[in-house]
Design a protein around this ligand. Structure first.
Ligand SMILES: C[S@@+](CC[C@H](N)C(=O)[O-])C[C@H]1O[C@@H](n2cnc3c(N)ncnc32)[C@H](O)[C@@H]1O
Ligand code: SF4
Length: 489
């Protein structure tokens, strides 16, 4: 494995007790959305913009199996809480059809760069945004492009996302996806509380639409159906969580995923301080108890609950990412890709703007905005942060990916979580305990790369964490170049 060796911060060690406390204090950012600071903690790994195109294909050499994610950045309206790359809905009409031409071109660019036809997909998600907003034939083009540019085995379950409003009002699309071979569907309900829906700007959910959507999804023969629910909003109370769970359980999906609100980078980020970790914990506990009573199960710390025995409930794409640390390629505006040694983000991840993405693709360049050549420590931090989606680290996968046991790689963190009863061995997995679930942000932080731990510790001490001026200058120069590109585009 060709790791980057550039960050001196990688060799530092921090007291696990301090790191646990820092993670708890910074609970709004110490979660699975890793790596946290693009201009600070990730800086040593960043490949310059000039070198990005020639560097990008190299980390995929020797990778024969990977997950594929295709991002569709359109929504009818933009919910205030959303953290995803969604373009201004006013631009939808102008961009929607063109975007699928660009996606096909990006598929072809990757094919040329990494010889993707020789690679086998282990999972394939079409996400967003709202991929069910554009016409079904456009999703058909995405399916054909995936099958043309990768080997897509017939036993891989392809998954797509929808809103209740669209699934309720357009049953023809659901049937069309089935005909294309899409077998899993995920729908965001989020909450049923009318005043909260209004406060967070969510217009795609009503009780009636939710029920009609489920009727249509079942009529279209989906037997692998997930509903997303959110909690942890400022000013949300436990009654609203209870009413939402009661309604969602009544809809009887196979799987229910609980999302704790992550504020960073959202339009309502300023509300992050409006809810305490204790309140979030109370809501999570109630939701989990109701799910358990209704026959939905998940390992401690895992967010997706399933009522189907032996089924983890997540898509093949996500399951492979989380359990096996499988590399994944993201295609489309703002999507993220992770090989064993690199992490990259397509243009649009930060500004949610299509212009630069179009300019790159039309000029035959991979639409990469930022690419990082990871150190072993940074790659371990990312692997484990993702693993915490399921509340635990699959030890054989860690060993296979990094060539050594977790015990040898991170002995201090491991000894600490075992001694404090935060995690325990469960078969081949090191899993959160009930105590660990309560202290999840702190436990996450214990496995972050040392540079990221230092960042959290500095935040707690109120120290300056902004990038140093030399770096800022370089970044600004590159940013200016990007802006120039935009003007030219
Ligand atoms: C891309 S959205 C999917 C689906 C569809 N657009 C919808 O809203 O129904 C995937 C899920 O991420 C979750 N989500 C969105 N923003 C979030 C945030 N800031 N923090 C945590 N979860 C979030 C929501 O539960 C949402 O259903
Ligand atoms: S939550 Fe769903 S509908 Fe709302 S803006 Fe995000 S992707 Fe779009």
């Amino acid at each position: 494995m060709h790791w980057n060796l550039t960050s001196p911060a990688d060799s530092r060690r921090h007291d696990p007790a301090d790191v646990l406390a820092a993670g708890m204090e910074q609970h709004a950012i110490a979660n699975t959305a890793y790596p946290i600071g693009h201009l600070t903690t990730m800086r040593p790994y960043r490949v310059t913009r000039r070198e990005a195109q020639s560097f990008a294909p190299q980390p995929w050499e020797g990778i024969d199996r990977l997950g594929l994610y295709v991002h569709i950045p359109f929504c009818e309206t933009r919910c205030g809480f959303c953290e995803y790359a969604v373009i201004d809905p006013k631009q939808n009409a102008a961009e929607k059809d063109d975007y699928f031409d660009l996606l096909e071109r990006e598929f072809a660019l990757w094919d040329r760069a990494i010889d993707s036809r020789g690679k086998t997909l282990t999972g394939f998600d079409i996400g967003g945004g709202t991929p069910s907003l554009p016409a079904a034939r456009q999703i058909g083009r995405v399916m054909e492009a995936a099958a043309r540019h990768f080997h897509l085995p017939s036993d891989v379950t392809v998954s797509i996302e929808t809103t209740p409003k669209i699934a309720a009002s357009d049953p023809g699309k659901l049937a069309a996806y089935q005909r294309m071979g899409i077998r899993r569907i995920s729908m965001g309900v989020q909450t049923v509380s009318p005043c909260l829906l209004e406060a967070i700007g969510r217009t795609a959910t009503t009780l009636e639409w939710n029920r009609q959507a489920v009727e249509n999804i079942r009529a279209a023969d989906y037997a692998n159906f997930n509903v997303d629910v959110m909690y942890g909003f400022a000013r949300q109370n436990v009654d609203s969580v209870e009413a939402t769970l009661r309604h969602v359980i009544d809809l009887a999906p196979e799987h229910i995923t609980l999302y704790q609100m992550r504020y960073k980078g959202t339009r309502i980020a300023h509300q992050a301080g409006g809810i305490t970790w204790a309140q979030i914990g109370e809501q999570a506990q109630l939701a989990k108890q109701m799910l358990a009573e209704a026959g939905y199960w998940a390992a401690p710390g895992k967010n997706t609950f399933s009522r189907i025995p032996g089924d983890l409930g997540t898509s093949d794409y996500l399951t492979n990412r989380v359990v096996n640390g499988a590399p994944y390629l993201g295609i489309g505006l703002g999507s993220q890709s992770l090989s064993h040694t690199s992490l990259s983000y397509n243009t649009g991840a930060a500004d949610k703007d299509m212009r630069l993405y179009r300019r790159y693709v039309e000029s035959g360049k991979l639409p990469i905005q930022d690419i990082y050549h990871l150190s072993r420590e940074a790659a371990m931090g990312k692997f484990i942060a993702v693993a915490f989606y399921f509340g635990g680290i699959h030890l054989p996968s860690f060993q296979e990916k990094f060539g050594c046991a977790l015990e040898a790689a991170l002995p201090d963190a491991l000894a600490f979580v075992l001694e404090k009863g935060l995690m325990e061995y469960r078969g081949e997995t090191l899993q959160l305990t009930a105590v660990g679930v309560e202290a999840k942000p702190g436990v996450h932080a214990l496995f972050y790369a040392p540079a990221v731990q230092e960042h959290l510790l500095k935040l707690c001490r109120g120290e300056r964490v902004r990038p140093r001026s030399g770096w800022r200058k370089q970044w600004q120069a590159e940013w200016q170049e990007i802006q120039m590109d935009k003007v030219k585009g």
